[in-house]
Design a protein around this ligand. Structure first.
Ligand code: IMP
Length: 239
């Protein structure tokens, strides 16, 4: 197990579960379930990167200022994921509005249930032929270091200077069916067939999805980055 702790900035249990399956064996993971009082971040940026950065920086600031930091003898980061589906026939929609696609169309605030978002997508694509139903899932993750005030005083410990948020992205190409299939996963999974497969993500299940998905591809880059930083460039804190 690495000496790195990751706070996952997501209240989406499916997403957090996938992140757990992909990174949990190597890093210690904490989720917002451990910090129910953490402030909610409004996802109003126009890009995935903007929203992921907003979520990661927001939680990192809140944790840094928190009165009860966990015993930090580790490197600690916040990891935020913003993701969605981009469908070519409708100019990349729902995109950053993926979680609230149906609600947006009917002028309601907040997110809409997955079934309603899927129905809305099928309605918009009802006359679009198979060949033109190309789409991709897109995931952008932002990784931000948390600097608890006492890091340097805890000895022995490794530390280094703060650095900028790091952005990693991943894409999974595929196509949209005419009707949902499968019961696993979440969101648009029952409508999305990844390139090279005949089954939807909801039929393929988590083992396959966690190997080829947009999130898997972004997290693979996160993993490489963290492995490269595990003890590199760090100095022992003065005793
Ligand atoms: P976020 O939580 O604001 O990033 O919203 C992401 C939304 O995009 C989800 O609510 C889903 O509708 C959709 N989405 C993102 N990733 C996936 C996925 O892996 N499968 C299915 N839908 C996804």
């Amino acid at each position: 197990m690495s000496d790195i702790v990751l706070f996952i900035a997501s209240r989406n249990t499916h997403k957090a579960g996938e992140i757990h399956a992909m990174l949990g064996g190597q890093f210690e993971l904490l989720t917002l379930d451990h910090f129910p009082e953490a402030p909610k971040v409004v996802e109003d940026a126009s890009t995935f990167a903007g929203n992921a950065t907003k979520k990661a920086v927001g939680l990192a600031h809140w944790l840094s200022a928190s009165r009860h930091p966990p015993p930090v003898v580790h490197r600690t980061f916040v990891l935020a994921d913003d993701s969605g589906l981009e469908v070519d026939a409708i100019q990349g929609a729902p995109g950053v509005h993926s979680a609230r696609f149906a609600a947006l169309d009917s002028g309601r605030p907040g997110n809409s249930p997955d079934a309603e978002n899927n129905a809305e997508l099928l309605r918009l694509l009802k006359d679009v032929p198979t060949k033109k139903r190309t789409a991709r899932f897109h995931c952008v993750t932002a990784l931000v270091p948390v600097s608890f005030g006492k890091v340097e005083a805890a000895s022995p410990v490794c530390y280094d200077d703060e650095f900028e948020p790091q952005i990693f992205d991943g894409v999974c190409e595929g196509r949209i069916l005419f009707a949902p299939r499968g019961s696993q996963g979440f969101g648009y999974d029952p409508l999305f067939v990844p390139a090279g497969f005949e089954q939807t993500f909801a039929e393929l299940g988590e083992e396959v999805k966690n190997r080829i998905s947009h999130r898997a591809r972004a997290l693979e880059k996160v993993k490489k980055f963290l492995e490269g930083h595990e003890c590199q460039g760090r100095r022992a804190a003065p005793a």
